[in-house]
Design a protein around this ligand. Structure first.
Ligand SMILES: Cc1cc2nc3c(=O)[nH]c(=O)nc-3n(C[C@H](O)[C@H](O)[C@H](O)COP(=O)(O)OP(=O)(O)OC[C@H]3O[C@@H](n4cnc5c(N)ncnc54)[C@H](O)[C@@H]3O)c2cc1C
Length: 330
């Protein structure tokens, strides 16, 4: 079915706000000026379910957008529907747990926990984005992953059914989760926390945020670390990039941060500048170190919510060929 034809139905759903031609600049931390042709804000779970089941039934790709702090918009116009979770922001305390709707800002959840003297997640202080995005990515910092504090996750599946899955069933691993494999949309996340001393919790949270500030993480638009580490193979992406002295390398307005080799910062860069720089780094690291770096950030094009996962890129074929030739020579 034609995209506009199908969306005509959803536009009229009660409980879904529809906006046409929305600038995504304030919805992504690279501050890219992409325009979303079809921008949706579901207001309740029933409407969200109905809309997802229709899109999935028709095999239509769409982007679930949280804080946009781990996304690169490659194209200037995004044709696939963008579904923003920003309406789902409730945070509730239930004895030693807190239940958080997926669009809530991670920083607001940390503040809520501090206010209620609940300890565990203060390491997330200063992490940009939403709880839904952090759970999808299994965000990790200061030696902890968000999954270590998650009890269960409420999701809508492909058919539009809303249910909860336990932590054990979320397949959490290093920056991995079931949500990257299955078409589950995260609606709410329940955290297991402990009672602590407000003063200590606040101090820890402040320390983490200040540490990020001292490392100039907020100085220029970025999406944090661009490449995944591979701890099993002892590969730390930033270290590898540093060994090739690539800090400061640029394409157009995109450059490798002078403060952190795994950050690409933007000074009025286009999505394509950033992507070209990502590919240049990958090529160089592969050619000189025979290491294949994988992007951590999600690359969204006009018609795909995940360019890297949805297509076998020409680059992948080249990597394969290079490795085969190397194996023969060595
Ligand atoms: C300055 C800076 C520092 C950073 N530091 C860190 C760090 O220390 N550690 C770290 O892990 N990350 C870091 N990041 C990256 C980013 O902040 C995290 O990955 C964040 O948790 C992403 O959340 P988000 O809401 O912005 O996700 P988005 O960017 O909106 O989305 C990311 C992915 O999650 C999916 N998604 C979002 N919400 C949902 C949902 N409700 N249901 C299903 N899928 C969903 C999206 O479709 C997309 O594929 C940093 C980013 C910046 C800009």
């Amino acid at each position: 079915m034609d995209i506009d034809e199908l969306l005509k139905d959803i536009i009229n759903y009660e409980g879904v706000i529809y906006k046409k031609e929305v600038s995504l600049k304030k919805y992504n931390t690279y501050a890219l000026k992409a325009v979303s042709k079809h921008f949706f804000i579901p207001e309740n779970i029933a409407a969200f379910s109905k809309m997802l089941s229709l899109l999935n039934e028709n095999k239509m790709d769409y982007l679930i957008l949280g804080g946009g702090s781990n996304i690169l918009f490659l194209d200037d116009v995004i044709n696939i529907p963008v579904i923003y979770t920003g309406f789902f922001t409730r945070i509730q305390k239930l004895s030693d747990k807190i239940i958080v709707y997926s669009g809530a800002k991670t920083s607001d959840v940390v503040k809520f926990a501090c206010k209620n003297s609940m300890t565990g997640i203060e390491f997330l202080s200063g992490l940009p984005g939403s709880v839904g995005g952090a759970t999808y990515m299994n965000a990790r910092c200061y030696g902890f992953s968000i999954s270590e504090y998650i009890d269960q996750v409420g999701v809508i599946d492909e058919s539009g059914e809303y249910f909860h899955i336990s932590n054990e069933k979320c397949n959490f691993g290093y920056k991995k989760s079931i949500f990257q494999q299955k078409k589950y949309v995260i609606i709410d996340v329940t955290f297991n926390l402990e009672l602590g001393t407000k003063k200590i919790i606040n101090t820890r949270a402040k320390c983490h945020k200040n540490d990020r500030k001292s490392k100039h993480q907020y100085k220029y638009p970025s999406a944090g670390c661009v490449f995944l580490n591979d701890y099993e193979a002892n590969i730390v992406a930033g270290k590898v990039i540093d060994e090739l002295a690539l800090r400061g390398t640029s394409v157009g307005g995109a450059s490798i941060s002078p403060h952190h080799a795994n950050f690409i910062i933007s000074k009025n860069a286009s999505g394509k500048d950033i992507y070209q720089l990502i590919n240049n780094v990958r090529d160089k690291v592969l050619a000189e170190k025979n290491i294949k770096l994988c992007p951590e950030i999600k690359i969204v094009s006009s018609d795909s919510s995940d360019v890297e996962n949805n297509h076998t890129s020409a680059l992948d074929e080249i990597y394969g060929l290079i490795n085969k030739v190397k194996e023969k020579i060595l």
